[in-house]
Write a protein that binds this ligand. Structure first.
Ligand code: GDP
Length: 415
C-alpha cells in the first residue's frame, strides 16, 4: 500500500473563539429544516395472532394505525407469514411524522413454525437492498428510506421463559434490526410473576448472545438523562398493556385503560405497566438513535457483506488522497499479486497432475511385473509336472533283452 493511501486525517487542534461567529445556532437550523421536511419512521411488529399487536400500536401512536378487524376473519388460520404495511402521517405541535407499521400476520400461527422467521428476514434484507440500489444511482437526490428502524417482538405472557420460537426468531434477527422485546397483556401476570418472567427472559437473551436494543447513556453528561436512561434499561423487556378504550374513573378523570370487575388498569400509569417507558424510548427519546443504529451499524454491515460477496474488496483505509500515479501503482501491485497467486496455483495443480500420472504408471508397472512373475511360476510348475510324467513313463517301459535257454524252453515247450 502506498504512503498516500495509508495517510490518516490530519490532527485537529482545539481553538478558542475571539468573538461571536454564530455556528452555535446550527442545531436550530437543523431543527427548522427537519420540521419542514418531516420525519419518517418504519416500525415492524411481530407476534402471533391475538397477542395484542394492533391494540398496542394504536395505543402507542394514539391513532387507528391498524384498521378495525373484520369479525369474520378473527381466528382464521393462515397458510404462512404475510407482510403488509400501513402508513399514516401524524402531526404533533406542527411536527409531521410519517409512520409506517409493517405487520406480519401469520407468524407463529402454523402447526409447523420452523421457518416462520424466513419471510420476515427476507423482507428486512430486501429493504436494505432497495436502499443500496438507490444509493448506487447516479442521481441520489430522492432516496426514500424504507428500512425497518425498529422491530417490536411481542412475547406471550406465559410467566415461564422464552419459548423456542422466540429464541429462534430473535437469534435470526438481532444482527439485522433493532430488536425491542415486549411482553404483552402484562395485566394477566401478578407483580411477582412478572419479575421472575422478566429475569428469565433476560437470562435467556444473554445465554443465547442475542443483541437487543438498549438505550445508550454513557455518552450523555446530564445526570438527569443518565438516570432516565438507566431507569429505562432496568425495565427491559417492557411489560405493557394495550387498550384503545377511554374509561371514566370514579373521580371523574378519563383514562385509557382496561376495565375489570375489580377495577381499572391504566395504560399510561407507570405503577401499572411499562407502556410509558416503551413509548418514551421509541418516540420521545430514542427514535433518532434507532434510525442512526439502523443506518450506521445494521445497514452498514449488510452493505459491506453484500459488496464483498459481489466481489468488491474491503477498503480499510481511513483517509485517502486521490493520486492517480499511486493508484495505478497500487492497482498494478494488486494485479501482480493476483497473477503470481494464479501462477503458483497453476504450478501446484500441474505438479499434482504429474504426481498422479506417475503413481498410476508405477502402479500399472508393478501389476504387469506381478502378472509376469505369476505366469512364469505357472509355466515352471507345468514344466516340472511334464518332467515328472516323462520320468514315470520311462520307468514303466523295460528294455528288450535276448531270451535265455530256460525262457525259450518254457516258451516253445522244448524238451
Ligand atoms: P392482534 O391479532 O395481535 O392484532 O391482537 P389484537 O390487538 O386484535 O388483540 C387481541 C385481543 O386481545 C383483543 O380482544 C384485545 O382487546 C385483547 N388485548 C389487547 N391488548 C391487551 C392487554 O394488554 N391485556 C389484555 N388482557 N387483553 C388485551
Amino acid at each position: 500500500m502506498t504512503e498516500a493511501a495509508t495517510r490518516q486525517a490530519p490532527k485537529v487542534a482545539k481553538k478558542k473563539l475571539q468573538g461571536y461567529v454564530g455556528f452555535a445556532n446550527y442545531p436550530n437550523q437543523v431543527h427548522r429544516r427537519s420540521v419542514k421536511k418531516g420525519f419518517n419512521f418504519t416500525l415492524m411488529v411481530v407476534g402471533e395472532a391475538g397477542i395484542g399487536k394492533s391494540t398496542l400500536i394504536n395505543t402507542l401512536f394514539n391513532t387507528r394505525v391498524f384498521p378495525d378487524k373484520d369479525e369474520s376473519t378473527i381466528g382464521e388460520t393462515r397458510r404462512g407469514v404475510e407482510i403488509s404495511s400501513m402508513s399514516a402521517e401524524i402531526q404533533e405541535n406542527g411536527v409531521r411524522l410519517r409512520l409506517t407499521v409493517v405487520d406480519t400476520p401469520g407468524f407463529g400461527d402454523s402447526i409447523n413454525n420452523d421457518d416462520c422467521w424466513q419471510p420476515i428476514l427476507e423482507n428486512i434484507e430486501s429493504r436494505f437492498d432497495a436502499y443500496l440500489t438507490q444509493e448506487n444511482r447516479v442521481n441520489r437526490s430522492k432516496i426514500s428510506d424504507n428500512r425497518i428502524h425498529a422491530l417490536i417482538y411481542l412475547i406471550k405472557p406465559t410467566g415461564h421463559a422464552l419459548r423456542a420460537i422466540d429464541i429462534e426468531f430473535m437469534k435470526r434477527m438481532h444482527t439485522k434490526v433493532n430488536l425491542i422485546p415486549v411482553i404483552t397483556k402484562s395485566d394477566t401476570l401478578t407483580q411477582d410473576e412478572l419479575v421472575g418472567f422478566k429475569s428469565r427472559i433476560i437470562a435467556d437473551i444473554n445465554y443465547h448472545g442475542i443483541q437487543i436494543f438498549k438505550p445508550q447513556w454513557e455518552s450523555f453528561e446530564d445526570p438527569e438523562v443518565i438516570n432516565e436512561n438507566k431507569d429505562m434499561l432496568s425495565k427491559i423487556p417492557f411489560a405493557v398493556i394495550g387498550s384503545d378504550k377511554i374509561i371514566e374513573k370514579p373521580d371523574g378523570n378519563r383514562v385509557r385503560g382496561r376495565l375489570y370487575p375489580w377495577g381499572i388498569i391504566e395504560v399510561e400509569n407507570e405503577k401499572h405497566n411499562d407502556f410509558i417507558k416503551l413509548r418514551k424510548m421509541l418516540v420521545c427519546t430514542h427514535m433518532e438513535e434507532l434510525k442512526d443504529v439502523t443506518d450506521s451499524i445494521l445497514y452498514e454491515n449488510h452493505r459491506s457483506q453484500k459488496l464483498v460477496t459481489m466481489g468488491h474488496e474491503q477498503d480499510n483505509t481511513v483517509f485517502r488522497e486521490y493520486n492517480p500515479t499511486a493508484q495505478m501503482e497500487e492497482e498494478r501491485s494488486v494485479h501482480e499479486a493476483r497473477m503470481s497467486k494464479m501462477e503458483s496455483e497453476m504450478t501446484a495443480v500441474f505438479q499434482q497432475k504429474v504426481q498422479e500420472k506417475e503413481s498410476k504408471l508405477k502402479q500399472s508397472e508393478e501389476e504387469l511385473y506381478a502378472r509376469h512373475k505369476e505366469m512364469k511360476q505357472v509355466l515352471e510348475k507345468q514344466r516340472q509336472e511334464l518332467e515328472e510324467k516323462k520320468k514315470r513313463l520311462d520307468s514303466q517301459t523295460r528294455p528288450i533283452t535276448p531270451l535265455d535257454k530256460k525262457q525259450k524252453k518254457g516258451l516253445f515247450n522244448l524238451s
